[in-house]
Design a protein around this ligand. Sequence first.
Ligand SMILES: [Cu+2]
Length: 219
Amino acid sequence: MAFVAALVIVFAAVVAAGLSSEVSGSQNTVTVTSTAAGSPGAATAQNSSSPYELTLVITPNSAWNSTTTAPQFWVVTPTGLVSSANISLPAHRLIQLTVEDLDTGNDPLPAQYSQVTGTVGNTEMMMNLTAASQNPTNSSNYSVVSSLDAQGQVSHTFTIPQLGINIPSPAQSVEVVDFTINQTGVFPWQCMDPCGFGPSGWLGPMSSAGWMQGSVTVT
Ligand SMILES: [Cu+2]
């Protein structure tokens, strides 16, 4: 139940961070508790004896231009959202990544990217935001999964191909995973679910840093 309790805190942070203005008074406290120091460049700022925490949020309606919106990955920090174009992570240390997918639609994607890979157990803890918002202490709203339905259950992925890391997320969900990167370098990250523009879905956000791709610098 401790993990469920932790996810309830994450859920509270999601609400505080973006879904509701009613709880703005508690935003500072909640945000610091669950998303501390995920900012680029802050890879060594957290207590190194505990997991390094990185929180990403996918906003569904960022302004692509004056007439078009698109989904966009952001890094959540105690002081707000910052670009996901360049994400810093520590090498040789357990990383706990939370992906908050606030998007509302799913798109088919290649089956291999519906698998959870590169995480502890090759699994992710997945929270159904809709169900959990109605019954947050019901543990059945939090499931550990190793794969999703490639045809109808994936909204986006956070994928680092060179590291074998693939984390698929359904619309309106929160994922929590643990992984360790035992090398240093700069590695591209990419959403593998064609959520952009054009016939292929790969134009626009899918090929733009800070939207559906970017780089991860591991030091
Ligand atoms: Cu995407």
